[in-house]
Ligand binder design. Structure first.
Ligand code: SF4
Ligand code: SF4
Length: 403
């Protein structure tokens, strides 16, 4: 596990730091051989400018690509964003420009293929993007960010983007609890087995992540072939107990990697640690309760998405991405709620003025959450383009936490 101090996204410095990290792990040729087809899997959650720290920075993408190309590997890249198209997200995030300059082709993330995985501890069947299945190897390029559901998103979570399109929402619905969701992510990593993980933690995202938080300078690049160890070190970087992160805990339990014994190479970690990084350090599950009484308890104590009317433009993205739509979040005045669903068109593009309510010239009001039906997956908070959804703790939850 290599830790590199890297204070800026300056092209040469990033490439050199990645080269140093690769050397510490045995050399780039350990991860890519001549003629091999290697898929680069950045975090392309949505189309977002690099300065917003939502996506893997193009300088990290470029640096890794150049080292692998020198080994003779043939590179492709892609991700399945939470919203919109892969190429749209890649354009806005600055990756297309780099990919074209470096001769890296976009891969097929729209087509999914069903694969059985008998060794899965929880999930024995996945539908995975063809690109991830057809590559000889995957090199994963996660971005370190705070996350509403899993506390942090990093190396293990990055492979969720290999599930095409809206099938991701289905997993949220089927898994139901944070533990089950984490176990699914670990199984998915055990199936795909990326060879190498290079985490962009030069500028991370704190607070209301993974899309609506704030950039925070950490000045670090982390490299490892073990995603569990890497995520655990990322936790230490931001002052979060790794045992609180389900993908780390289940990652070790299911044999994906280890966070108990990590050999740190490279630069000292301690000077890079930012204890004031804003991230959920509260113990306890953010979901994880089922059954009638469980649902009641969930409504009383578990954090929930809350819309800020002053920021909401009534664009409808949250309604569209919710796996329990329209029961869990919907426009109150919409007579056609049954028509709202994954295939429904957007009500308005995020940047436009608020649309009007049906049969009225009045602007639409923000959607309404129905907490008794909400499974607390936080997809709506994750994808809101206006930073208008925050995660709010009910009063009882706040009291219990301080008890
Ligand atoms: S996604 Fe955000 S801005 Fe759009 S309707 Fe929902 S809360 Fe409002
Ligand atoms: S958290 Fe949001 S997206 Fe998830 S079920 Fe609740 S309303 Fe739907």
């Amino acid at each position: 596990m290599a830790v590199l101090h890297c204070p800026t996204y300056e092209e040469v410095g990033v490439e050199q730091a990645i080269g140093r990290g690769l050397d510490l792990l045995g050399g780039a040729e350990t991860f890519a051989r001549p003629g091999e087809h290697i898929l680069l899997k950045p975090n392309l959650l949505v189309g977002s400018r690099p300065s917003q720290a939502v996506t893997t920075h193009p300088a990290v993408f470029r640096g890794v690509a150049r080292h692998l190309k020198r080994c003779g590997a043939v590179l492709t890249y892609g991700d399945s964003p939470g919203f919109g198209t892969t190429m749209g997200a890649a354009h806005r995030s600055g990756l297309v420009e780099v990919a074209e300059a470096e001769g890296i082709r976009p891969a097929d993330f729209a087509t999914g293929r069903s694969v059985s995985f008998p060794d899965g501890r929880q999930n024995k069947q996945f539908t995975v993007a063809a690109a991830a299945l057809d590559a000889d190897g995957i090199v994963s390029l996660p971005k370190l960010k705070a996350h509403g559901l899993t506390r942090m998103t990093g190396a293990v979570k990055n492979q969720f983007g290999c599930i095409p399109g809206l099938l991701k929402s289905e997993f949220h619905l089927r898994m139901g609890t944070m533990d089950r969701f984490g176990q699914m992510l670990v199984d998915l990593n055990r199936l795909l087995q990326p060879r190498l993980f290079v985490m962009d933690a030069i500028v991370a995202m704190e607070g209301n992540g993974p899309r609506s938080g704030d950039p925070r300078q950490l000045s670090a690049l982390l490299l490892s072939s073990d995603p569990v160890a890497l995520d655990a070190v990322a936790c230490r970087l931001v002052g979060l107990d790794p045992a609180l992160v389900v993908t780390v805990r289940w990652g070790q339990e299911y044999g994906l990697g280890s966070y108990s014994h990590i050999e740190l190479l490279g630069d000292p970690l301690e000077p890079l640690v930012v204890p004031s990084f804003v991230i959920n350090r509260r113990p306890g599950s953010t979901t994880g309760i089922s059954g009638r009484w469980g649902r009641l308890a969930r409504n009383l104590v578990v954090p929930r998405p809350a819309i800020r009317p002053d920021l909401c433009t009534a664009c409808g993205t949250c309604v569209r991405v919710c796996p329990v739509t329209p029961e869990a979040v919907a426009f109150a005045e919409d007579p056609g709620l049954a028509a709202v669903g994954p295939d429904a068109p957007l009500i308005a593009e995020p940047e436009t003025n608020p649309p009007t309510a049906p049969g009225s010239s009045a602007p639409r009001r923000p959607p309404v959450h129905h907490y008794s039906r909400c499974i607390r997956c936080y997809c709506c908070q994750e994808m809101c383009p206006q930073r208008a959804i925050e995660i709010d703790r009910p009063l009882l939850g706040r009291i219990l936490h301080h008890a």
